[in-house]
Design a protein. Structure first.
Length: 290
């Protein structure tokens, strides 16, 4: 008898890995729920993508949901004839401008609130975040119209910053709370000022949090429809509002709407896929603190 046979016989049944493990009800339930969740989130995107290559007649025909003759006229109408690239530039300019300025203000504010226990200021920022944005549109429009700013890039950037600054501030507050105070104390012992410690020590360490705040702020600004509908003009119209160019009184060009929506959604999906690790790490920062 070989040594291998002796070891196998002396092993108890509990130490042997079963070859065919039966699927438990929990594993079956988990698989079903995962498939259901993926179908709920991916299904509309897939339908939108397929519809962008169909005619309006094929979109209404359920028998051609997956098998149809693809066309490119919808994308030609959006990109070529509709001047859609101009609206892409408008959305990009407003999103980048409002996100950048919000981070410039929100990151130092979050550091001050985190390190100096500015609870009243933090509560004020939170109140600005939970105020319904629609309640601000009428006074904003009245004020900006009297100043002659309606229809400019500046008014859109300012209106988005009102929402983005509280978002970036609260995300960064959680991130700064997760950083140990010993880092700043050691830098002060080495001769740095508090401002120098912030720029040279804490700011490089907070890159994941800044990336998270920046990505979420950019997505909000890119997708915002309500502010753009009221405060933009013909030359500053953004993508969400431009989609309605294909809606007329008598008909709706569903194929062009789907193509325009794909063009609007694709950059956000690409950003989320490539930068998801920063989003996860930034949102979970401070969750295990204490």
């Amino acid at each position: 008898m070989s040594a291998t046979d002796t070891v196998e016989k002396t092993m108890s049944p509990t130490h042997r890995r079963p070859k065919n493990r039966k699927r438990t009800p929990y594993s079956i339930f988990r698989t079903v729920m995962l498939v259901l969740i993926v179908a709920i989130f991916v299904g509309p995107l897939l339908w939108m993508l397929l519809s962008s290559f169909k005619t309006n007649v094929d979109i209404q025909n359920t028998s051609k949901a997956f098998i149809f003759e693809p066309i490119l006229e919808n994308y030609r109408a959006v990109i070529g004839d509709g001047g859609y690239l101009r609206f892409v530039f408008n959305s990009l300019w407003i999103a980048v401008g409002s996100t950048g300025l919000s981070l410039v203000i929100g990151v130092p504010a979050a550091y001050a609130m985190s390190r100096f226990s500015m609870q009243k200021s933090a509560m004020l920022v939170l109140m600005a975040r939970i105020i319904p944005a629609i309640s601000l549109l009428v006074p904003w429009f009245y004020v900006f119209a009297n100043l002659g700013w309606v229809g400019s890039y500046g008014v859109m950037i300012l209106s988005h910053m009102f929402i983005l600054i509280p978002v970036s501030t609260y995300i960064m507050m959680s991130f700064f709370d997760s950083l140990p105070l010993e880092l700043e104390e050691a830098s002060l012992v080495d001769g740095l000022t508090p401002i120098g410690a912030f720029f040279r020590i804490l700011l490089p360490l907070s890159v994941p949090g800044i990336a998270t705040a920046g990505i979420l702020s950019f997505i909000f600004s890119w997708n915002n429809f309500m502010f753009a509908l009221v405060l933009t003009g013909r030359d500053t119209k953004t993508l969400p509002v431009a989609v309605f160019n294909f809606v007329s009184y008598a008909s709706i060009d569903w194929g062009a709407i789907m193509a325009a929506t794909v063009v609007m959604t694709l950059p956000i999906i690409v950003i989320a896929l490539f930068l998801q690790k920063y989003i996860v790490s930034g949102l979970t920062a401070g969750a295990t603190k204490g």
